[in-house]
Design a protein around this ligand. Structure first.
Ligand code: NZQ
Ligand code: ZN
Length: 390
């Protein structure tokens, strides 16, 4: 267990009745608001009209920037930054999933500087100033509603990377599980795979973890495994949606990985290259990578963690030999992701071939030249894992 510092300043408004406070929460940061949203789901569900009513009641003047795409693109962010500067926007309201909230984080920082917002990402500049952000989460997945990072894509360079800094935490996040009733099967499955990845990529560690955190992580993993299938089959099941929503926030608000600092994620850097080059859904890429990564990392040194995974998460017989337990655990993970959640199980089916894999493997390892996760992965290892996914 490593030592750590942790704080989280986001005020969470959880549940339908809390939603009535949205207008006053936005108004407390200013009267000129840029309302940022995605491709139109909020108009189809009626949420858009509801929000405009609440903002009007609070006396907020609204400017709009809809059309944020999944894997949000820097060009769209530049346009929104221009609106903020021209109109003297005081506060940003993000309504949507991780893509909308992430885009809004980059807009909020971009509005306070004279340089191109892509520089935050390309030059690793930590924002010092940002406009305040309030968000309404509409899909359980990324945890962006409770963290200080935003993942942005640049299609011109096939780059996808983060802007991050404490100033980017949302001031307030409205989490109303009922707003996720309309999330379709595919996005519910992808979101659930993402939540699981945020936890188990860190849970797989060779650093002895603090038991309390270890067990909380296992509980949240089991919560997602229990409730994701219920939400798929019964989309308006409140209990399932509330569990997935709160799990998404806690999986990625820093609490779970505090003290797991020596490991860090492995599938995430590999996936970000997939969605950078091919614009695929983040959770889908993670689902395809995860079982291959687990197979690749299994050896004498790591097997004991797989035994705990198999026994505690998947109910595998603890009396079996360790490698048998490990292989059964990986098979159960595949069964859950590809059969229960119904996600595609290979990259070839998504139209991805070998053409960019070497370049992607190099980029996934970044300037350090390796991924320092559960097992250290070099570009050669990452390439091997990508090839296992074809
Ligand atoms: O755009 P609209 O029309 O709203 O539709 C969206 C979008 O097509 C739809 N959707 C969202 N809420 C809905 C709904 N459809 C019906 N009813 C609703 N209530 O779902 C689709 C996906 O939305 P998106 O925001 O892209 O999903 P998600 O929340 O999974 O975000 C993915 C992005 O977040 C990044 C990913 O890389 C990806 O770019 N991540 C951000 C992280 C962070 N900030 O901490 C960490 C993650 O690991 C991840 O990298
Ligand atoms: Zn993720």
């Amino acid at each position: 267990m490593s030592n750590f510092r942790w704080s989280n300043p986001v005020t969470v408004y959880f549940g339908e009745d809390q939603f009535q406070s949205l207008g006053e929460a936005v108004a407390s940061y200013g009267k000129k608001c840029l309302f940022v949203y995605g491709g139109g789901s909020i108009k189809r569900t009626g949420l858009y009209d509801r929000i405009l009513t609440l903002l009007a009641q609070a006396g907020v003047e609204v400017f709009e920037k809809g059309g944020v795409e999944p894997n949000p693109k820097i060009g769209h962010i530049r346009e929104a930054v221009a609106i903020c500067k021209k109109e003297g926007i005081d506060v940003l309201l993000a309504v949507g999933g991780g893509s909308v909230i992430d885009a809004t984080k980059c807009i909020s920082a971009g509005a306070c500087v004279d340089f191109d917002p892509w520089d935050f990402i390309a030059k690793h500049i930590v924002p010092e100033k940002a406009l305040p952000i309030v968000d309404v989460l509409t899909i359980a997945a990324t945890g962006s509603e409770m963290n200080s990072g935003g993942v942005i894509s640049n299609p011109e360079t096939n780059d996808k990377a983060s802007v991050r800094g404490p100033i980017l935490y949302p001031k307030a996040s409205f989490l109303n599980p009922e707003l996720t009733f309309t999330v379709g099967r595919y996005q519910t499955a992808c979101g659930s795979a993402d939540i699981l990845s945020h936890i188990w990529e860190n849970w797989f560690t060779l650093t002895p973890p603090m038991e309390m955190l270890d067990k909380i992580q296992e509980t949240v993993i089991k919560t997602v495994i229990k409730y994701a299938p219920i939400a798929l089959n019964d989309p308006e099941n409140y209990e399932a949606r509330e569990n997935l929503m709160w799990a998404s926030s806690w999986a990625m608000n820093g609490f779970m990985m505090a003290g797991f600092g020596k490991s860090g994620p492995s599938c995430h850097p590999m996936e970000h290259q997939l969605s950078a080059f091919y614009d695929i859904t983040h959770g889908l890429g993670l689902a395809i990578l995860t079982p291959r990564w687990l197979r690749y990392c299994l050896d004498e040194q790591t097997v004991s963690r797989y035994v705990t995974f198999g026994v505690e998460i998947w109910g595998v017989d603890p009396d079996l030999p360790p490698f048998e337990i490990a292989n059964r655990a990986i098979a159960k993970t595949e069964e859950f992701l590809f059969e229960t959640l119904g996600l595609e199980d290979n990259l070839t089916a998504l139209g991805i071939g070998e053409e960019h894999l070497e370049e992607m493997a190099e980029k996934a390892c970044g300037a350090r030249g390796f991924i320092s996760g559960f097992k250290r992965l070099t570009p050669r290892d990452v390439l091997n894992i990508y090839k296992m996914c074809l």
